[in-house]
Ligand binder design. Structure first.
Ligand code: BG6
Length: 441
């Protein structure tokens, strides 16, 4: 992997919340871990007028890191300002801006003279539907070639998500049974306890399918089901993810809204935006045809957990529990909180009779590794500085994934649910009882 070159990191929208809560702390941590050093500079830019000193004082960071921070008001003259601080092999510009400003900003940066050495990082939401995503890609690509655009999906930077490919392809055990002959279904949950909070206006124009399914959960699904890539090169991984996206077919789904949502700040009083969605889909390729995948995600569900359950089929002949029910093997990937993996197995209860019960094998990150799990933005910023695009999403992926969820956008809601409850399902799925496994750690 390429190392970090002498770099300038420019944050547009530097007086905003993202810079304050995530970006500056992540860069500070990278500095403390010596992953970036004094040869790098960090330039904040925004509408507010700050001196360098005043900008440095905004953040609770040690002095030696604060010395890397500079501030320039607005975009005009920004390139000259960065040039004046030295010569840099690489410039990355983070758009901590509303997405509506992306195209215009890319054009202004280009006109300002940011050239071949500059890469841009953009956050989701990346488009609103297929047409808007395509339009945005075209306009960004007009000024910056695709290799210089880093589209963030912060789920890809979660440690337990990165472990999915390792689990699948570094262990001989699972790959032979990783197909619809042996697996009965895959279930992906992203449940949140919190509501829309102060993001009501954004969320009301999006809904949970745009907010979570089109991006984060589709990415999880791709990693869980894609073919092994030829190498770990980002293009090889993207190629395999694209093959899954091409084969996806959403067949069913229902949307709900939590009671009280319409009273949230920024939400329309007659809103029909969904805050919970359950969806069923198939992957119509050689490996997965016929096996359903279920996705459930929502806000105010009384439970927080992102997990993926792989439920296997029963053994072909039942030798045990012939009168009763023999449970099926299940693998649970706990993405958060308390990252881990659980393998659910049937075992004999000690004693004369053959009586079968559930047992499990657990792997918990906290118990297995001493080092701190890096925060998503640390990893993403470092990779962008190294020019490694593996954890970023390509233009084609975003577009295709919008196409696939299109039938579920603006569909309206089927009903409401009380805060703290999960709406009753209409999909007829045999749900994995994730709560039964408790927390893995
Ligand atoms: C964001 C969504 O992308 O992901 C939020 O916009 C959601 O609505 C968040 O709450 C969930 O992220 P995490 O890392 O807390 O699971």
């Amino acid at each position: 992997m390429k190392g970090v070159q002498k770099s300038a990191i420019v944050i547009l929208g530097a007086s905003g919340d993202l810079a304050n809560r995530k970006l500056i702390p992540a860069l500070c941590k990278l500095f403390q871990e010596r992953k970036i050093d004094e040869s790098c500079i960090i330039v904040g830019s925004g509408r507010t007028d700050f001196t360098d000193e005043a900008f440095r004082r905004k953040f609770d960071v040690p002095g030696e890191f604060a010395r890397l921070l500079y501030y320039h008001q607005g975009l005009s003259g920004l390139n000259r300002f960065v040039d004046g601080k030295g010569s840099f092999d690489r410039i990355i510009v983070f758009f901590a801006l509303p997405p509506a400003a992306y195209s215009r900003t890319a054009e202004e940066l280009f006109k300002e003279g940011f050239g071949e050495e500059t890469a841009i990082i953009v956050e989701k939401p990346f488009g609103y539907d297929f047409d808007s995503a395509r339009g945005l890609n075209l306009s960004l690509n007009h000024y910056f070639s695709e290799e210089r655009i880093f589209r963030i999906d912060h789920y890809l930077a979660k440690e337990a998500v990165q472990n999915i490919l390792v689990f699948r392809f570094a262990n001989t055990l699972f790959e032979p049974v990783w197909n619809s002959h042996y697996i009965d279904c895959i279930q992906i949950n992203a449940f949140e306890k919190i509501g829309v909070g102060d993001r009501g206006a954004y969320f009301d124009s999006a809904g949970i399918v745009r907010d979570m399914v089109q991006n984060h959960l589709t990415q999880l699904l791709c990693l869980m089901t894609m073919e092994p890539p030829v190498s770990l090169d980002s293009e090889d991984i993207r190629f395999q993810k694209m093959s899954i996206l091409k084969a996806l077919e959403y067949t069913d789904g229902s949307m709900f809204q939590y009671k009280g949502y319409r009273e949230e700040k920024g939400v329309a009083p007659d809103s029909v935006t969904e805050t919970y969605a359950e969806m069923k889909l198939f992957i119509n390729n050689f490996r997965w045809t016929g096996m359903p995948v279920f996705i459930r995600t929502g806000k105010c569900l009384g439970r927080r957990g992102t997990e993926i359950g792989i439920r296997f089929k029963r053994p072909p002949k039942l030798l045990f529990n012939t009168g009763g029910k023999l449970e099926r093997n299940t693998i649970i990937f706990k993405i958060q909180p308390a990252e881990g993996i659980l393998l659910d197995l049937s075992s004999k209860i000690p004693g004369g009779d053959i009586r079968i019960t559930h047992t499990n094998m657990r792997f918990c990150y906290r118990d297995s590794f001493e080092q701190e799990i890096p925060k998503a933005y640390q990893r993403l910023l470092l990779d962008a500085l190294k020019g490694d695009r593996t954890l970023f999403v390509s233009a084609q992926e975003t577009e295709l994934s919008w196409r696939k969820v299109a039938p579920f956008l603006n569909r309206g809601i089927l009903g409401t649910y009380r805060k703290g409850e999960v709406p009753e399902s209409n999909l007829g799925a045999d749900w994995i009882d994730f709560d039964k496994y408790g927390s893995i750690c």
